[in-house]
Ligand binder design. Structure first.
Ligand code: SF4
Ligand code: SF4
Length: 461
């Protein structure tokens, strides 16, 4: 048994057996495809196409707008039907480019063709290819990868960590990717290592994926600079900070970045996308996604074009199992996933799973909400060493000053471990997410007010 793990954490039912042996099946979208302009952290991309314009698969249809932003690439050929608001996975409306999919998936010339050996490329050329491909963190974070891989001091990076932990229950698409594309992922790690002259590569995988561990070990064999690390199966082992604490022994506050402690972490799917972009000029057009849960008829791993309707994916997995009621659908897994209110939304770059559940545990917990019994368990499982019990008290009183400054509540990564362990079934993580949103909204309003006052002062002069 592996001893490599972080402090805290919980052991929810893994439920990986629903889909873990399902190798990727390609699903080609049938209906119209929708591309939200903001599929990443940062500023939404700026459209480059107009209504009725013909586009090809692989064409950049919206370009990164500003430093932290990412290109959006069409994954189908067809005509631009509309540019306007559509509902997205989050349930919110957002600006999207809608393309009438002609079903031919005709690609731009040159896509998928072998490229010059990456060893001949400069770091800037590698970063340029990653940026052009529109790659963002595919494990759920959605941070633009070309920005993440360009820290101020590349010489100070000691570890390039490939995140193959996949600790969320039900999700198995990274497991399948590592089993089927281990060599390509190792090549991707080597490409990233070209950017960091003093770094070693570490591929972290939870021990509940023995086939993936073996495949990655074989692929990395003979390369003294790349190591496969078997991690204890514990949630949230795949959290960026959990992984960094295991690999580099470093703990850092929320206002610091992994690069500040000499680490760069990328999900294995992101690394595979980097390999395809750099070696085959292939932009981010498709991804692996797990369709699972105890309410779906045929749980599976699908290889899907980004922009495909989630409704089509649900149907491809056989729809809701006969004789059961699906009370909750999540984008992602049950610990950190976001509740979906509609299936008529497109799959985005960072969406690794759709989970269909018979029981809505959060709603059940809310119905049964009781007072805190001060057992202290939530504090023992928080991977960041926070005190959820006190954070909840401050959040309920709307004491944002204490929540943020004294209790470091904004460091919370919304992993849900505290909610999971709480015997009083208090929906702590939901409260922390809401509190963070309120604090950020308050800050934005204060910044806007200050900017307006400064502009008014300037005008008076
Ligand atoms: S949800 Fe936040 S407070 Fe709760 S365990 Fe996770 S990081 Fe800690
Ligand atoms: S686990 Fe729940 S009941 Fe126990 S201290 Fe934390 S909030 Fe209170």
């Amino acid at each position: 048994m592996s001893n490599y793990t972080f402090r805290g954490g919980v052991h929810p039912e893994e439920n990986k057996e629903f889909s873990r042996e399902s190798t990727f099946r390609v699903y080609e979208a049938k209906g119209e495809m929708i591309f939200p302009l903001g599929q990443h952290i940062g500023k939404p991309a700026r459209p480059l196409v107009k209504r009725n314009e013909q586009v090809l698969a692989g064409q950049v249809i919206a370009e990164a707008d500003g430093f932290v932003s990412a290109n959006i690439v069409s994954s189908c050929s067809g005509k631009v039907k509309d540019i306007g608001p559509r509902q997205t996975v989050s349930g919110k409306m957002a600006e999207c480019i809608v393309i009438t999919n002609d079903g031919k998936f005709e690609q731009l010339p040159g896509i998928g063709e072998p490229q010059a050996d990456y060893n001949t490329l400069t770091p800037q050329e590698i970063l340029g290819k990653i940026k052009a491909a529109g790659i963002v963190g595919m494990g759920g974070a959605g941070f633009p990868t070309h920005v993440k891989l360009a820290p101020r001091n590349p010489e100070a990076i000691k570890y390039v960590i490939a995140n193959g932990a996949e600790c969320e229950p039900y999700i198995t698409c990274d497991d399948q990717l590592m089993r089927g594309h281990a060599k390509e992922i190792v090549e991707g790690v080597k490409i990233i290592l070209k950017l960091f002259p003093n770094a070693v590569g570490v591929i972290g995988i939870e021990e509940n994926k023995p086939e993936a561990i073996e495949a990655m070990q074989m692929a990395a064999e003979g390369d003294a600079n790349i190591h496969v690390l078997t991690l204890k199966t514990k949630y949230p082992q795949g959290g960026e900070r959990s992984l960094i604490s295991v690999v580099a022994g470093a703990h850092f506050p929320g206002n610091k970045l992994p690069a500040d402690v000499g680490c760069v972490v990328d999900n294995v799917a992101t690394i595979y996308a980097i390999y395809r972009a750099v070696c085959f000029n292939e932009p981010l057009m498709q991804r692996g996604v797990t369709i699972s849960g105890d309410a779906i008829a045929n749980p599976c791993n699908l290889l899907v074009r980004i922009g495909t309707s989630c409704k089509e994916l649900m149907e491809e997995a056989g729809g809701i199992k006969e004789g059961v009621t699906c009370n909750k659908v999540l984008s992602g897994g049950p610990m950190m996933g976001m509740a979906m209110t509609s299936m008529d939304v497109p799959l985005q770059k960072a969406n690794n799973a759709i989970t269909f559940l018979q029981e809505d545990e959060v709603a059940t917990a809310e119905q049964q909400l009781t007072a805190c019994i001060r057992c202290g368990r939530c504090g023992t499982v928080c991977p960041l060493g926070l005190i959820p019990q006190m954070m909840a008290a401050a959040a309920e009183k709307k004491d944002y000053e204490r929540y943020d400054k004294k209790l470091n509540g904004l460091d919370c990564i919304a992993c849900g471990s505290c909610t999971f362990i709480c015997p009083a079934r208090r929906p702590l993580m939901q409260l922390f997410k809401q509190t963070k949103a309120e604090i950020m909204a308050e800050r934005r309003a204060a910044a806007a007010k200050a900017a307006a006052e400064a502009a008014a002062k300037e005008e008076k002069k």
